[in-house]
Design a protein around this ligand. Structure first.
Ligand SMILES: [Zn+2]
Length: 356
């Protein structure tokens, strides 16, 4: 006699099938590094898949597949000296990668990865964190978390007994404060609330600066510095620094990023830094030293999207003259504020529907 199939067995089988499906989905997400795909031209989603390979225990994505993901064409140039791949999208934006280099350019502006781009058997590879936490948010700005940007904390570096660098009679601490105050007045005119970690020539510890940020909860934290090079007076240009992710080496070192309060904002930081570098270089035509990542104390301890801008080298005579020139200072400060405006527009939360 056939016994009727028990209902609880059916439920059990259903649960097992669902669990298997879930497991399949999870393992699929491990072999494919592709985030949510961009919508296709007619509104439907295309689903290009980005595979990765593991090299030296890290995951790398094929740059040719990154090209398909962003609907870009890829052009390779292979010579004995250099191997490059350029991705171009339909708007003509270009992303240039160079094998064995951490430096890439996006529309001509320098971005620096934590790991070198690899070239193996005719394929270029980008490390997964460099893609996910750095490049992708700059290219797909819609993936950056939404936040209202109303209050900005400016952090003029050094102060009091801590002069910062001193070059040709100029103390960095004074210039940092002057630039920060100028940025403050532009931002205030544009309707932002601006807080400062110091308003006078006083010494403030890095811890106090970050504690102030934690207490006041600004929407952005921006540290203002000027640079110096100990070895060469020729070196000049602008750098924008953001914190490197946990477990990933900082710029030019093998020091791995720690899990700190400021390391939750990689997407926001990457976009903010790119917009800032672009505006600064476009406006001043200064040497572009790119976006670099390191866990400087204030940017890695401040619980808000943050960056540290090095506005130029006081150790380079020509750049020092520029930095002390009022109209050049105006350009620098306006460029930072324009970048903040652009960032604020991109990440603005959607407006709630008007009540009828
Ligand atoms: Zn400094």
């Amino acid at each position: 006699m056939r016994t009727p199939f028990p209902f609880h067995r059916l439920l059990e089988m259903l649960a097992v099938t669902l669990a298997a499906l879930l497991l399949a989905c999870l393992s699929a997400s491990r072999v494919h590094a592709a985030p949510a795909p961009p919508p296709g031209p007619s509104g439907q989603s295309r689903r290009p898949v980005i595979h990765y390979i593991t090299i030296n225990k890290r995951n790398y994505l094929r740059i040719s597949e990154i090209a398909s993901f962003y609907q870009c064409t890829a052009t390779r140039k292979i010579t004995v000296q250099q191997k490059t791949i350029t991705l171009t999208n339909r708007h003509g934006q270009k992303l240039l990668f160079t094998a064995d280099s951490i430096s890439a350019t996006l529309d001509g502006y320098q971005i620096n990865f934590c790991y070198k781009v690899l070239y193996q058997k005719g394929e270029f590879y980008l490390e997964q964190t460099d893609f996910k936490d750095f490049l992708d948010p700059i290219l797909r700005t819609q993936t950056v978390p939404k936040r209202a940007v109303k209050t900005i904390m400016l952090d003029p570096g050094h102060g009091g007994k801590d002069h910062g660098t001193e070059q040709g009679g100029t103390m960095e601490k004074d210039l940092n404060l002057l630039l920060a105050k100028r940025i403050r007045s532009i931002l205030q005119r544009r309707g932002y609330t601006v807080l400062m970690t110091r308003e006078k020539d006083v010494e403030t510890t890095l811890q106090k600066r970050s504690e102030l940020c934690a207490a006041k909860k600004p929407d952005l934290f921006i540290s203002v510095h000027c640079n110096a090079h100990a070895g060469s007076t020729d070196i000049n240009g602008i750098e924008v620094w953001i914190a490197n992710p946990v477990g990933v080496p900082s710029y030019g070192t093998t020091t791995l990023g720690q899990d700190l309060p400021g390391t939750k904002y990689h997407s926001s930081n990457a976009l903010l830094a790119y917009l800032t570098l672009k505006e600064l270089i476009k406006t001043t035509k200064a040497n572009d030293r790119g976006i670099r990542r390191k866990q400087f104390y204030v940017i890695s301890h401040s619980p808000a999207p943050s960056m540290l801008v090095e506005f130029g080298f006081l150790s380079n005579e020509a750049e020092r003259k520029n930095l002390l020139d009022t109209s050049y200072q105006d350009k620098l400060c306006a460029a930072v504020c324009d970048a903040i405006d652009k960032f604020a527009q991109i990440v603005a939360p959607p407006k709630p529907p008007r009540p009828r």
